[in-house]
Design a protein around this ligand. Structure first.
Ligand code: 13P
Ligand code: SF4
Length: 302
């Protein structure tokens, strides 16, 4: 089927089945363009919790769709490709976290939303890159268990002055953005500001003018005085940044910063998913109930 026809069919099925399409900022451009709402992990979680439609087609990686299902249990949540998983989320298991809790008895657990439902069920409060600093500073505790991102943990610890016992996980895509990439881009574009996602390595964050979630980048770009911005995160974000700020120039810090899992979703798969109403995201109710508490606490921190 041709692209134009696919777009028409998706719109028709969406209306017929009372469905909404949510997409993450790293999704392929063609998927972002047909979505009803595009955002970062926090914005998408909040949106999922309040949609009125019966079906959510979640264009992102699995933990995001799972989070949507936990926050909107009465909705049918579909993901166009179940193999679209986040390698960082799969770096820590429920057993790993239970082991950490044994090592640090009585310590509260903050889990990045990039985790499985099983990990969230063992967690006191979840956070995203947009609200991690707020979530941790709001806790009265000075020592906290943090999973799974070591880079986000280091950043949050530096900002809050708290001691985080963190898991040694990382995002392979952000980890590959190096100091030399930033320096090279700075040399080419000396006037440009550097904006980095907190999943980047600490030495990359040290060179950044701003450290922001993907949603914060989108919101800050029109307000910023900077005319040129070097963006240290997954390249999918450039689509909206460029579309919404035609007067500014955005450079990727690394052309190879591509999350292949995010790119598994395509227009064709969105169409097939809507047509067949599968694959459906199912979370075991008892697990979902435990995970929901940690997520509900998370969405209160904007
Ligand atoms: P955001 O919440 O900033 O969109 O980040 C999600 C993510 O997976 C980053 O790699
Ligand atoms: Fe996971 Fe990294 Fe992909 Fe984000 S960019 S979904 S953290 S692998």
């Amino acid at each position: 089927m041709k692209k134009e026809r696919l777009i028409e069919e998706i719109a028709r099925l969406k209306k017929e089945k009372r469905a909404v399409i949510l997409a993450h900022n790293y999704q392929p451009e063609e998927v972002q363009d047909i979505a009803d709402f595009v955002g970062d992990s926090l914005e998408l979680s909040r949106k999922a919790a309040e949609v009125e439609e019966d079906i959510i087609v979640f264009c992102g990686v699995h933990f995001m769709a799972e989070t949507a299902k936990i926050l909107a249990p009465q909705k049918k949540v579909l993901i166009p490709d179940v193999k679209a998983r986040c390698p960082m989320a799969d770096m820590v298991s429920g057993n790993d976290l239970r082991w950490m809790k044994e090592q640090h008895p009585g310590k509260k657990v903050v889990a990045y939303v990039n985790t499985t439902a099983e990990v969230k069920a063992e967690t006191d409060i979840c956070c995203t890159s947009a609200n991690a600093v707020k979530v941790v500073s709001n806790l009265p505790d000075e020592e906290i268990i943090f999973v799974p991102d070591r880079n986000l943990a280091a950043y949050v610890s530096q900002k809050t002055g708290k001691r985080l016992h963190y898991w040694d996980g990382y995002c392979p895509i952000h980890e590959h953005i190096e100091v030399k990439d930033i320096k090279k881009m700075k040399k080419l574009h000396p006037q440009a500001e550097v904006w980095a996602h907190p999943e980047c390595r600490p030495e990359v964050l040290a060179l950044a003018d701003r450290i922001l979630s993907t949603g914060q980048m989108i919101r800050e770009a029109p307000r910023s005085q900077a005319r040129e911005i070097i963006v240290a995160t997954e390249v999918g974000i450039l689509h909206r940044l460029r579309k919404e700020n035609p007067d500014k120039i955005f450079y990727p810090a690394g052309e190879k910063a591509i999350c292949q899992n995010m790119k598994r979703i395509s227009l064709k798969k969105v169409y097939k998913t809507l047509l067949r109403e599968k694959p459906e995201v199912i979370v075991e109710p008892e697990l979902a109930e435990r995970a929901r508490e940690a997520l509900k606490r998370m969405v209160q921190f904007v």
